[in-house]
Structure formats: C-alpha cells, structure tokens
Design a binder for this molecule. Sequence first.
Ligand code: IPE
Ligand code: IPE
Ligand code: MG
Length: 294
Amino acid sequence: MSWIKEGELSLWERFCANIIKAGPMPKHIAFIMDGNRRYAKKCQVERQEGHSQGFNKLAETLRWCLNLGILEVTVYAFSIENFKRSKSEVDGLMDLARQKFSRLMEEQCFLNVCFAYTSRHEISNAVREMAWGVEQGLLDPSDISESLLDKCLYTNRSPHPDILIRTSGEVRLSDFLLWQTSHSCLVFQPVLWPEYTFWNLFEAILQFQMNHSVLQKARDMYAEERKRQQLERDQATVTEQLLQEGLQASGDAQLRRTRLHKLSARREERVQGFLQALELKRADWLARLGTASA
Ligand code: IPE
Ligand code: IPE
Ligand code: MG
C-alpha cells in the first residue's frame, strides 16, 4: 500500500485547506525535522523509536503538502555533525534512512533529502567547482558571480524554499540551506517533530501568507540588484576594450550595444559549457561511488 497516499484529510482539514489555498501558496518548503530524541524521552520509548516515528511523520507531512498543492519539499535528515553521535545511534539512523527513504522514493518524486549535509560544506564545494572550471579553461574568472554559485549548489534544479520550518523550539539553522533561505519565511515551532500536525503546517503557511508581500519585494529587489551589478561590470569591460582599441568609449552607442550583447552571449556560452561539464563530472563521481560501495 502507498505510504504517502494512504489516508485523506478530514472534512474540516480539507475545508481549511481550501480557504488557505485562496491566498499565495508556497511552492517549496524546507523542514529541519528536530526533536525526535526529546519525543522518545517524553513518551518513554527507545531513542530509535523516536527516530522511526520521525520518519513516519515525514510521510504524513508529504501527504499534507501534496493535498495543499506544495510540490517540492526539502528535508534535513542528517547533518555532517550528526556523525559525532554514538555509533549505535548513527547506525540506527542509517538503517531507518535506507528502509524509509527507499520506500518514499518509490512513490514520490518531489522530496529532496539532505543527508550527511551541511550548508557551509555545500557552498565551499560550489566555490571549488567554479575554481575547477577556471582551471580547466571552461570559465573566465570574470564569469564568477552569485548567480553562477547558485547554479553550482546541489539544489540548482529547485527554486529556493518559500518557507523553512524548524520544529522543537530550537531557533537556529544548524548549517542548513544558509544560501538558499536568505529570502525565505523562517518559521520556528515548539512542537517536537514526531508530534507535528496538519495544523502546525497550516500555521506556518499562514505566517508565510502574512509576510508574502515583503518577502516577494525583497526577492524582486535582490534579482534587480544582481542584474544591475552585472550590467555595470559589463559596461566597464566594454569601456576598457574600446579604450584599448583606441576608440572613444562613449562615442558610438550602437557599437557599445553590440559589444555588450556579444559579451553576455559569450559568457552564457561558457557558463552552459561549464555546467554541462560539471554535471558529467558529478555523474562520474556518483557512478564511481556506486561501484566502490557495491
Ligand atoms: C532530529 O532529532 C533528528 C536528527 C538529527 C537525526 P534529534 O535526534 O536531534 O532529537 P533532539 O533534538 O535531540 O530531541
Ligand atoms: C539538526 O538537528 C539536523 C537535523 C535535524 C538533521 P540537530 O539536533 O542535530 O542540530 P543541533 O545540534 O541541535 O544544532
Ligand atoms: Mg536535535
């Protein structure tokens, strides 16, 4: 039987879901699923049982998201720091992840799992990838930009999360999606993850809706600013080129436009070539990893 699809929303939940759907809805939600061990302690069950119920809660949450039309979810399942926990806990979490995620993957395609992940590791890796691109002659140092770094992150195929939810009352990000959440609605909720309910999710979406126009404005301003900065850099490069050629930098507007157009077309070509090479490099790394662990 399907794990995510089993069980529908109650009549009352459906009614409220329809009301909330009349407002702006998030397309992508990220969760820091925290509080499993405190839950186990509170309910006087084994720690592993707390983690197991945490994984079950994920399936339930994905069903609510599906019902609300939220088609992308990213979860922080295990951080690099979590390897410092006891061997038995780490082994138990690995077993659960193997069982539960393979079951989730069979039926659901909109879940991104961050496992053995930290954001700073992801960002420094993206920087290393760009340095590799320059070293290989695929990129020019001037191609390096925030927008290129964004494309080198593991999340490059997803829009940035609209909401980041952390449960269990902790008010920190613990190195999760630091780059991607600069314009997300951050929601910290006191509930322990295994006790998360539809109404907690509902409340988080309401918070997002109440802040939607401010968030949207901040995103738009950021995008505009990035475009403006790139154009300014390109203008300066063209001026330099023209001066080097002994031409008047501000003289011929048509010539300047043609140069600007060429400059950005060539950059786009290099960036696309680099991103293709990067994808191949990553696929090759994954294939080698698969062979090594087989
Ligand atoms: C989150 O719950 C799950 C993982 C980090 C793997 P915790 O295990 O951190 O539980 P608490 O926060 O100690 O209660
Ligand atoms: C963050 O939870 C990581 C996950 C939920 C996987 P932790 O409980 O490990 O984080 P800290 O140590 O409290 O910051
Ligand atoms: Mg915790």
